[in-house]
Design a protein around this ligand. Structure first.
Ligand SMILES: Nc1ncnc2c1ncn2[C@@H]1O[C@H](COP(=O)(O)OP(=O)(O)OP(=O)(O)O)[C@@H](O)[C@H]1O
Ligand SMILES: [Mg+2]
Length: 437
């Protein structure tokens, strides 16, 4: 996690997981780096520089979502990935588009809270030790000095000793509250409700017998919460979301409506219209406070099968000035996707079988054969991109996947010739539906 990666470093990281799609990787890398550049720019020009919102387009199963998934772990920036199809127009039952900004803020506040918590770990430990020592002195450890007791606590020597503590009562009913209409605690109204409940329940305290070990956990939580109350992680989180947040909107092509008719079409157009102010820049109320969306980076993706970004309402198109097209996958790409990425499908299946004591070795020629058949099926039936690899590989390994550990054990080597003879059957049976998605 590094906030200041150069474009080349971003692409290098993506290369470990995503095969090909150089244009998309470049475009994303530039958009990310531009945020860093903006932060470094002088104050007066900074507010004028808007993010290079981007649409990734290309057929199904070729790595659009995969790129987003990998980006999420890459930068320390708050990042959320949402699906456009999850939203409904304001006024209709469902999730409103503003909730994507609220999730982003929640994520950003969590990032800052974690940093703040890390900084306070020592402080918390000291405070908890003092409280534990006090409680221990009341239960018979009154002849030794406090520092001696603390030393013993720290070493874990007293972990099983029982002590008595007065603790706030835990709130058993909090879990059901998010079900209350209005989206639970994510909005300011829900937050107020929660605070009210906490006041009602939280002021009750109870005497409890616990071991030192259990008490330490409870006290740590309490102490950390107390310390974080005075910290500025919330305002930092708001700032972080505002300045560095990234929202990835997947399946954007699914909210294209082709007519002004009733039903889902209307709602889709409505979702597009609701998105406008958010992408353009507006203020959204969150449980932590208002956040401005001017500088949040939006990356959208869609297959645009039978449609194009120009079918989005014009105002929304204008807010995604950058377009990048991803390439369809060749047989060679499929082979590389099967074998090269850090946790490639082949490595995943080997790990699965290894759990049952089968050591799988798939020869290069066999992997090429999987790619060839996958490509053939994509051409002959429906092109589902790299998603085709999984059914083909499962078919090839069916005997081992079913047989391990009862019938198949130890080393299994699959050669090119074996792969072709097994997969020939699959290619022939392509009409029978079982392995054809
Ligand atoms: N270029 C690629 N490199 C590595 N893996 C890939 C690539 N393309 C696809 N995959 C694999 O195929 C799966 C499906 O890809 P992905 O989810 O990115 O499809 P998509 O382009 O978002 O398609 P859709 O438009 O249907 O959402 C991924 O989980 C990934 O494992
Ligand atoms: Mg996708």
């Amino acid at each position: 996690m590094d906030r200041d990666l150069t474009p080349a470093q971003i692409v290098q990281w993506l290369d470990r997981h995503v095969i090909g799609q150089d244009n998309a990787k470049r475009a994303v890398a530039i958009a990310l780096r531009n945020r860093y550049r903006r932060r470094k720019a002088s104050f007066d020009i900074r507010s004028e520089i808007y993010p290079s919102n981007l649409i990734m387009m290309g057929p199904t199963g070729i790595g659009k979502t995969e790129i987003a998934r990998r980006l999420a772990n890459l930068t320390g920036a708050p990042f959320v990935k949402v699906e456009a199809t999850k939203y409904t127009e304001t006024g209709y039952v469902g999730r409103d588009v503003e909730s994507m900004v609220r999730s982003l803020v929640r994520h950003a506040v969590n990032i800052e809270a974690e940093i703040a918590a890390k900084e306070r770990e020592g402080q918390v430990r000291d405070a908890v030790n003092i409280k534990l020592a006090e409680a221990l002195r009341k239960t018979g450890y009154d002849s030794i000095t406090s520092s001696e007791i603390i030393r013993m606590i720290d070493k874990g020597l007293l972990d099983d000793t029982e002590i008595e503590l007065i603790l706030p009562e835990q709130m058993a009913h909090m879990e059901i509250l998010p079900l209350i209409p209005g989206g639970g605690f994510d909005n300011p109204a829900g937050e107020n409700l929660k605070k009210l409940m906490q006041k009602m329940v939280g002021s009750r305290r109870k005497r409890k017998n616990l071991t030192v070990k259990e008490a330490r956990e409870r006290l740590q939580d309490e102490e950390m919460r107390r310390l974080l109350e005075g910290s500025d992680h919330i305002s930092r989180g708001l700032w972080l979301a505002q300045e560095e947040g990234i929202i990835f909107i997947d399946e954007i092509d699914k909210i294209i409506g082709f007519s002004e008719s009733k039903g889902p079409e209307v709602s889709r157009m409505g979702v597009q219209r609701d998105l406008l102010p958010i992408v353009e820049g507006c203020t959204v109320q969150t449980r932590y406070g208002p956040v401005n969306t001017d500088h949040i980076l939006f990356i959208a993706a869609g297959a645009f099968h039978g449609s194009s970004p120009s079918d989005l309402i014009p105002e929304l198109q204008g807010r995604f000035p950058m377009r990048v097209e991803l390439d369809p996958l060749s047989e060679q790409d499929l082979f590389r996707i099967l074998t090269e990425p850090e946790n490639s499908l082949l490595k995943q299946y080997s790990a699965l079988l290894e759990a049952d004591g089968v050591k799988l070795k798939l020869y290069r020629k066999a992997a090429l054969e999987v790619a060839r058949v996958a490509n053939y099926l994509n051409e002959e039936t429906e092109d589902i991109g790299a998603r085709r690899l999984r059914p083909v590989l499962s078919y090839l390994l069916d005997e081992q996947l079913f047989g391990a550990p009862d019938l198949v054990q130890g080393n299994v080597n699959i050669t090119g010739a074996m792969a072709s003879s097994i997969l020939l059957d699959l290619a022939d049976r392509r009409e029978d539906g079982n392995y054809i998605l």
